[in-house]
Design a binder for this molecule. Structure first.
Ligand code: ATP
Length: 362
């Protein structure tokens, strides 16, 4: 913090719609800060992304990395572009580098159906969808990312790495979240999603989960195999409260979960470590709609609200938490009023209309 309750935010808009949703998000954050008072945000924008790599040969310049490191929080748009790739064929994804370098082990993906927002599920209990998926974001099946080799054009190996220190921090974070949700009226159920019946690494993941669960006797600790979890996320997602899983499983399940509440444009996320945190929408740069003003900004706006909650808790700045709740309430009201509906939810309202509708309701 530069001074009391003045937060420095590193802004990395990135590629495609990442650049289109960032301005609107800052406008909403500023409006909420002004409305509540008691804290302020200052922004420093940094370059990076696939187009930056194409033009300069670097995906995330050192200065951007340093700027992010020095900030109180990092607001990230989206980076990546299908045709622009590293020589090994993988996509440009500096967000993964930030997760690894800043040890952002807890990928927090809240999934909540706003009343009035469309869902593909017909069951009326879908109205009760409100859970958080925690994706471990620094190891698991992503552990050999960028270093795995194809051996003799015959075999390729990626390694599932699960370490005790990361698991302990991850599960403690997850149980603490379960406890704070329980205090707010949620069931207090934490489910470990794994493949402990087949993979030794996943049996170890479950073992450490069970060990840490003993420190939280007020919460119900449960297990679910990842394949069954995919089934139940479609069949009865309202039964989940907090879920925690390995990196790749979380990557896949969080997209599935986003589809339940309207799609990627409705899915905020936070990658949280002990010192740093990156807040970004779950979606990518969406080249198919980039430049058309059609991007749904709500995922990024809600990620911005998560950032305010995190800053508020970390620095004891209650006003920041209050501003976060104001933003969430404005989004809720947008759907309750039926005021505007983004393209990706079947509506005809673009980035600007949706942003204006949120600002009006603040
Ligand atoms: P990545 O792997 O980089 O996360 P992705 O391959 O999953 O990206 P996205 O860029 O997230 O792909 O896009 C997936 C689909 O969702 C596309 O059809 C895109 O247009 C749509 N989409 C993603 N985000 C939004 C948004 N904010 N508003 C509207 N549509 C979106």
């Amino acid at each position: 913090m530069t001074s009391s309750n003045s937060f420095r935010i590193a802004v990395l808009p990135g590629d495609g719609i990442g650049t289109e949703v960032m301005g609107p998000t800052q406008a909403v954050l500023d409006a909420a800060a002004e409305r509540v008072g008691g804290f302020a945000l200052s922004y420093e924008e940094h370059p990076g992304g696939a187009l930056h790599y194409r033009d300069t040969g670097t995906a995330l310049p050192d200065e951007s990395f340093k700027g992010a490191e020095q900030a109180d929080a990092i607001l990230f748009g989206a980076m990546g572009w299908p045709e622009i790739r590293y020589p090994d064929g993988t996509e440009i994804a500096p967000q993964l580098d930030l997760r690894f370098n800043f040890e952002l082990y807890a990928g927090v993906r809240p999934i909540r159906l706003f009343p009035g927002a469309p869902t593909p599920l017909k069951d009326p209990r879908a109205a009760d969808i409100d859970f958080v998926l925690i994706r471990e974001s620094t190891e698991g099946l992503f552990s050999t990312r960028g270093t795995a080799k194809i051996e003799g054009d015959r075999v390729a190996r990626d390694v599932m790495e699960i370490t005790r220190p990361t698991c302990e921090k991850l599960f403690d974070f997850t149980f603490r979240l379960g406890a704070s949700r329980k205090a707010a009226g949620q069931p207090g159920q934490v489910t470990c999603i794994d493949k402990a019946n087949v993979l030794t690494s996943m049996a170890f993941f479950r073992k450490v989960f069970d060990e840490r669960a003993t420190a939280f006797p007020d919460l119900e600790a449960r297990h679910h195999y990842v394949d069954a979890a995919a089934l139940d996320l479609v069949r009865r997602p309202w039964d989940f409260d907090v879920m925690v899983t390995e990196n790749m499983f979380g990557d896949i399940l969080s997209d599935l979960a986003a589809a339940l509440v309207g799609g990627m444009g409705m899915a905020p996320s936070a990658d949280i470590g002990d010192k740093h945190a990156v807040f970004q929408p779950s979606h990518g740069s969406a080249p198919d709609i980039a430049g058309q003003g059609k991007a749904n900004p709500l995922a990024t706006i809600l990620s911005g609200a998560m950032m305010l909650t995190w800053l508020g808790e970390r620095h004891g700045a209650e006003s920041a938490g209050e501003a976060a709740r104001l933003i969430e309430a404005a989004v809720e009201k947008l759907f309750a009023d039926g005021a505007a509906l983004p393209y990706d939810l079947g509506g005809r309202d673009g980035t600007k209309t949706i942003t204006d509708a949120v600002l009006e309701r603040l």
